[in-house]
Ligand binder design. Structure first.
Ligand code: GSH
Length: 202
């Protein structure tokens, strides 16, 4: 199978980490949807990465669909628990972490516009979501080793990707001081080969 995405994309990284954790062979095709010559819209009508292309040509998106497919494709290192309540708790964490990234991406895009065209209100609205999401993750993590307890799941992958990407794109945010538990968790995650090998870069 082939994964299409960019090395800077947090959602592509989520899929790459899952592929590494589950030891699934794949080809990585680099394509940024922001490049003028991008072929991403031919694979995903939404023009977003990641896209997973299966051997029969089927295209899968978005990252949550890809993660679920991959988790079921191999029994190794299950990242989604089978029980309904447990699985939904994990997916809720993933939605929270992905939502923080979505809001931060909107801030980044707004800041790329001409200064006179930027909306400070819009930026502040999205930054409010980033701050509220981080606060919720810090509180809900508590003293647990992983997001939902003792098992490492896609929740931890999504939170780690979110935190590392904020550090990559918003180095002045300074989230670590107010979120020491999240900071400890990112340090622990960064030691995993799946994270170390996929650190975001341009
Ligand atoms: N919900 C999607 C979000 C994917 C997404 O926003 N990808 C970004 C790169 S990180 C993208 O391709 N943006 C291009 C665009 O919005 O046109 C997922 O989980 O895969």
């Amino acid at each position: 199978m082939k994964l299409i995405g960019s090395l800077a994309s947090p959602f592509t990284r989520k899929a790459r980490i899952v592929l590494a954790e589950k030891k699934i062979d794949y080809e990585l095709e680099l394509d940024s949807p922001w490049d003028p010559g991008t072929k991403v819209p031919e694979r995903n009508p939404l023009g977003k990465v990641p896209v997973l292309v299966l051997d029969d040509g089927t295209t899968l998106f978005d990252s949550r669909v890809i993660v679920e497919f991959l988790d079921n494709a191999s029994p190794l290192s299950r990242l989604l628990p089978p029980g309904n309540r447990e699985r939904i708790e994990v997916r809720r964490w993933e939605a929270l972490a992905d939502g923080v990234v979505d809001a931060a991406v909107l801030v980044r895009m707004e800041r790329r516009r001409q200064p006179g065209q930027q909306s400070p209100e819009w930026i502040e609205r999205q930054m409010g979501k980033v701050r509220a999401g981080l606060a919720a993750m810090e509180a809900e993590l508590g003293d647990k080793p992983w997001c939902t307890g003792s098992a490492y799941t896609i929740a931890d992958v999504a939170v780690g990707v979110c935190l590392a990407w904020l550090e990559f794109r918003f180095p002045d945010l300074g989230w670590r001081e107010a979120h020491p538990r999240l900071a400890r968790m990112l340090a622990k995650l960064s030691e995993r080969p799946s994270f170390a090998e996929t650190a975001p870069r341009d």
